[in-house]
Design a protein around this ligand. Sequence first.
Ligand code: HEC
Ligand code: HEC
Ligand code: HEC
Ligand code: HEC
Ligand code: HEC
Length: 480
Amino acid sequence: MGNLKHILDAFFKGIARSRVSLVGAIITTAVFPFLLGLVVIDSLWHLDNPYLGAVIYMILGPAFMAGLFMVFVGLFFLKGKEEVRIFTLDYLKEHFTDETRFARVRKLIFLGIFLTGANLFIFSLLGYSGYHYLESNAFCGKFCHTVMEPEYTAYQNSPHSRVNCVECHIGSGATWFVKSKVSGARQLFAVALDTHPRPIETPVHGLRPARETCEECHQPEKFHGEKLIVNDKFLPDDKNTHVQTVMLMKIGSAGNLAEKAHGIHWHVAPENTITYQSDEKRLTIPVVTLTRADGSKTVFRSGDSQDTAPLETREMDCIDCHNRPTHIYRSPEAALDERLLSGKIPRELPFIKEQALVAITASYGSHEEAESAIAAQLTRWYKAQYSELVASKPILLQMAIRGTQEAYRQNVWPSMNIGWNTYINHIGHGENFDIGCFRCHDDMHESEDGQTISGDCMTCHVILAENEENPEVLRKLRGE
Ligand code: HEC
Ligand code: HEC
Ligand code: HEC
Ligand code: HEC
Ligand code: HEC
């Protein structure tokens, strides 16, 4: 007991004698109650609040640690002259041989061990929860609120809404964690100083190779056969006629022990390496090189290979087709079709597809402006054309307005200059056959021996029905 008192005595005296320690102690003491309180709140209630996390792990935590560090440094290095000598051999020799002063050295050693232990404990506690905070969706998606809101919203409406941002953007391993935090710190400044681009630029050039992230969960080697895809659409007529496009997509496989690589996932089989040259946006691809397992190469060039200025070379991976696996921005038609299908926008309301499309494709300056304009316009049109229906079933119009506003709000962000179709999805070819697969599969990329990358409609899919009402093929499959 007596010993402890001596240690504490020495501790407080030491602090009092060094200004650095004193300032450190003041910071530590002032921060401690807030830090403790917030950490307890955070761990008990698991608040998913990005600002709370930022206050704890980016402000209070570092301040507390800096305070402790100052106490430590001040205590051992910046006191009176005599104590500095503790670290010289002569001093130690002198003290260890002098029985009476021995206790003093021991005291300092005790103190050192105690402080180091306490520091390590607190450092690791903060480090551990801080690491988790920096990896959380709250930090990635919400901290930089307006900047990330579009990606965060699109992500929540996707099949990957339960996959954390970091699993695609960072992946496992320390190197990519550090890389991401270095570029993250730069981005944080860009947000603070408001110098970040609007919209955020894509493609993401520093993205970790997709094979290292996507393949943590997906194995294209195990894919096989064909996938039945049904796209639901609604026509802009009085009945909002429900039509469907049905196709068999030749998913194929990246090849496993039993089967050779074939079909769509042939591109990512280990034995095929496809590299291509493109402009920065990866929209024009004049040169494609296929290297096979035996080392033989085929180079496909298209007519525009001369006149595209600076080119980058890239190895094809999942992202060249699945560039929007989770930040899926819909086209205006698709955004409405989705809601007509789920019933958020009632199909009983005549011409709602047509009218909603007119309303959401106009240009607005903000979400608020768009919402009031959409409500005003739909109300005006339906009161003029279908006054009886609106009077007898007002709920239909109310639902339609809400659904239409949502279709706009979840896909367009005037504040970030994100309009309809700002972010292109490369998974298909678009209606004009000019993006996605058709950047290469346009029958125009030719090798020296005259082969082309095929644009034949049967290469990738079999269309079983196109925009048909109640297609026969689906009735047959259901046994009707
Ligand atoms: C399933 C994987 C995946 C997940 C999960 C994911 N992303 Fe992405 N993200 C991508 C891909 C792929 C791109 C586009 C790459 C390209 O085109 O170069 C991208 C692009 C972005 C961009 C650039 C702008 C854009 O839309 O192209 C931002 C910002 C972004 N992601 C933020 C986030 C945030 C925040 C989260 C979590 C809330 C998240 N991402 C979760 C795969 C993912
Ligand atoms: C942490 C695991 C995980 C990672 C990493 C991941 N995915 Fe997925 N992915 C899933 C799950 C789970 C589903 C199924 C979701 C569902 O059906 O609701 C899925 C579904 C998909 C689908 C089918 C979507 C659909 O419409 O049916 C595609 C395509 C896909 N992922 C591509 C990717 C790509 C590309 C990447 C890398 C950028 C990736 N995934 C990374 C877990 C993951
Ligand atoms: C050449 C373009 C291309 C490449 C490269 C590619 N995919 Fe695909 N993938 C497709 C298409 C097209 C589909 C089917 C369309 C759809 O599901 O919307 C598909 C479907 C999928 C599915 C859903 C399969 C199912 O049965 O539902 C997953 C998961 C997937 N891909 C993951 C990956 C991963 C992981 C990689 C990278 C290792 C990859 N893909 C590379 C084009 C590609
Ligand atoms: C960067 C260029 C590029 C892009 C983009 C691309 N492909 Fe390919 N694809 C190729 C090349 C090169 C071949 C091989 C052509 C050959 O050998 O004749 C090929 C072959 C194929 C094959 C035949 C595979 C086999 O069984 O031999 C299919 C199917 C295919 N691609 C589907 C797609 C789909 C679907 C997309 C879009 C989602 C797509 N490709 C996008 C370059 C590309
Ligand atoms: C290189 C592969 C490839 C070739 C070649 C190709 N397609 Fe496609 N096509 C796709 C993919 C991928 C999709 C998107 C599937 C999805 O919705 O996920 C698609 C979708 C479609 C759709 C459905 C669009 C929708 O919105 O529902 C139609 C129709 C279509 N293709 C017609 C054609 C026709 C006609 C040709 C020949 C001129 C052709 N395709 C050639 C890969 C290809």
